[in-house]
Design a protein around this ligand. Structure first.
Ligand code: AMP
Length: 604
């Protein structure tokens, strides 16, 4: 293995490298740096984030530019503001002994005038996002007509985000004879096209195989019913007390909802998606970097800039639409030589995608079971025991010791330990005692297919007086209800549509919300009634008839007036039921109970 000195870097850079604590060059650095130092060449490098690629192009660029000139000589384009700032920061650190060096970040969401002023001071290197860069070029606030080195970082991401036109436009303002260095984690056709169009006989290096996942990441999947996704996520978090994770959702809405639910349930979580203001996103990222947030729930687009080294787990709450995106997600963990786990929570209908991902990443997934309550209690208890064992004694306690000893004079050591741990353990135990098994066998039916009508005790089945005659099928009914009630994709399940009425299920925790909504709701001029069906599983012939009859019995022939007044009574009944029940079947005690110990501590 070579050293940084062997690669031919100058003293200034070697000193900064020592300060940063880098001992040996990473693979991409070892391959790219000598090529870029020795010749003026174009380069295509296939390397994941976290492999040290910023230094792979950063060191040669810093070595080659003239810091005594104020002309802009290097341009680095990156897909997101976060990444842009990270690269700028890294470049400044690498070049901290290069006197006169000015690296300027240009990105949207911040004052363009301030950035223009910075550039005017003489920026030898500009790190930019394509949109803002194009804007500044058109306003003549930057001059890139003399650059000698351009870097397209995370080229696949930039193209995914629709920056092709912007990149083309920006590069058209740069000299023909500059060197272009393209870095990309994957090599889709679009990236190959860019390479062909803008580069002249580029040298190629590959770190790992194209599109392949890094070797430090292991891949696991967990098969659950779609409606149990959230519970599965919580269990996976609880089974890993020191988890520091990114949870990926498909939409902004799901991202926000999952984060909100986690926070409500006592976890230290935050949401990162495009509907948040830049300020909000910065705050969330700051908290995540400082580890005040243990779980960051993010969309793919928003997470593109995440460059945090210690992420222990990436959790695919939902698989991405494009399975290639999985490589990007899993690349957020296992960085800088650390190990990581990439988890997929998968429902029956998606499980075949696992095979396709395996083909892309050239790695096998391990199918694992969501831990049961007893396992989680044990993990949490032992984690607490270890923490206590490793805790440094605070001697401020000494002055209270006499009184405490008096209190425990008759308690022997075993009893004291049991009592002490029960404070925490009982919370875990109460929460997970009698929790259900979330795992489903690969051969079983998925509930949304309409065949598995085993109603669990955690779900409520409803009767609704609309059906096929009203234009519904099970999918339309689900969409209709989700939209009305502002629910997530998996919140309505076991929808079964008959001619003039239907059934559906939700988790018990949504019962109040569902029933409250339909106390006085009209659809196409007609009152829509929803009531709890006694048979949780529903769907059977008897249940169906029972549902219909019960409605007629109660409503005196189903007259509109009757329905309205009955709805009122129903909500009265519900209110009294609601107050006597625990808030949630599986998560109710969570927010008050054990979860509070871990997240609250980390929030402080
Ligand atoms: P990057 O792939 O450029 O995002 O780098 C990922 C992380 O690895 C960053 O935090 C770098 O500071 C760090 N890093 C880069 N090169 C090395 C190296 N040779 N040894 C140790 N850490 C490195």
């Amino acid at each position: 293995m070579s050293t940084f000195k062997d690669l031919g870097l100058n003293e200034y850079l070697l000193q900064a490298i020592t300060d940063l604590g880098f001992v040996n060059p990473s693979e991409v650095q070892e391959k790219a740096i000598p090529i870029l130092l020795e010749s003026e060449t174009d380069l295509v490098a296939l390397a994941q984030t976290g492999t040290g690629k910023t230094a792979a192009f950063g060191f040669p660029m810093l070595e080659k530019i003239d810091v005594n000139s104020r002309t802009t000589q290097g341009l680095i384009l990156s897909p997101t503001r976060e990444l842009c700032l990270q690269i700028t920061n890294e470049m400044k650190q690498y070049g901290k002994y290069c006197k006169g060096l000015n690296v300027v970040a240009i990105y949207g969401g911040s004052s363009i005038t301030d950035q223009a002023r910075e550039v005017k001071r003489g920026a030898q290197i500009i790190v930019a996002t394509p949109g803002r860069m194009k804007d500044m070029i058109s306003r003549r606030l930057v001059d890139i007509t003399k650059i000698q080195y351009s870097v397209l970082d995370e080229a696949d991401e930039m193209l995914n985000m629709g920056f092709y036109e912007d990149i083309t436009d920006i590069l058209s303002h740069t000299p023909e004879d500059k060197s272009t260095w393209l870095f990309s984690a994957t090599m889709p056709r679009e990236v190959a096209t860019i390479a062909k169009k803008f580069m002249d006989n580029p040298q190629e290096i590959t770190v790992g195989n194209k599109n392949e996942s890094t070797s430090t990441v292991s891949h696991e999947y967990y098969l659950v019913n779609a409606r149990d996704r959230y519970q599965a996520l919580k269990r996976l978090s609880d089974a890993n007390p020191d988890i520091f994770s990114v949870v990926f959702c498909r939409t902004k809405r799901d991202t926000q909802k999952v984060a909100e639910k986690l926070i409500e349930d006592g976890y230290s979580a935050g949401a990162l998606h495009g509907d948040l203001s830049q300020n909000q996103r910065d705050l969330v990222m700051k908290s995540f970097r400082n580890k005040q947030i243990q779980t960051l729930v993010a969309t793919d687009v928003a997470a593109r800039g995440i460059d945090v080294d210690d992420i222990t787990h990436v959790i695919n709450y939902q698989l991405p639409d494009e399975i290639e995106t999985y490589t990007h997600r899993s690349g957020r963990t296992g960085r800088a030589g650390k190990t990581g786990v990439s988890i997929v929570i998968v429902s029956k209908s998606e499980v075949r995608k696992i095979k396709s991902i395996e083909r892309i990443i050239k790695k096998q997934f391990e199918k694992k079971d969501i831990p049961d309550g007893a396992d989680i209690c044990e993990v949490q208890l032992m984690s607490l025991a270890n923490k206590i064992h490793n805790t440094e004694i605070n001697h401020e306690i000494d002055k209270h010791l006499t009184r405490i000893n008096e209190l425990f004079a008759d308690t022997d050591k075993d009893e004291l330990i049991k009592k002490f741990f029960s404070v925490e353990f009982t919370r875990f135990y109460n929460y997970y005692n009698k929790s259900k098994n979330l795992n489903i066998a690969e051969g079983s039916f998925d509930s949304d297919g309409g065949r598995d009508f085993k109603g669990g005790k955690n779900s409520t089945r409803y009767f609704i007086n609309v059906g096929r005659k009203d234009g519904f099928d099970w999918m339309k009914l689900k969409d209709f209800l989700r939209e009305l009630l502002d629910l997530g994709k998996d919140d309505i399940f076991k929808a079964e549509v008959k001619d003039s009425f239907s059934f559906f299920n939700t988790e018990n925790e949504l019962k109040e919300k569902v029933l409250a909504f339909f106390t006085d709701f009209k659809h196409e001029g007609r009152f829509v009634n929803v009531e709890v069906s006694e048979n949780r599983g529903g769907g059977g012939r008897r249940d169906r008839k029972g549902g219909g009859r019960r409605r007629d019995d109660k409503r005196g022939g189903g007259k509109r007036e009757g329905r309205r007044s009955d709805s009122g009574n129903r909500s009265e009944r519900r209110r009294s039921e609601g107050s006597s029940k625990p808030r949630r079947s599986d998560s109710g005690s969570k927010s008050n109970d054990f979860a509070s110990s871990r997240p609250r501590r980390s929030r402080r």
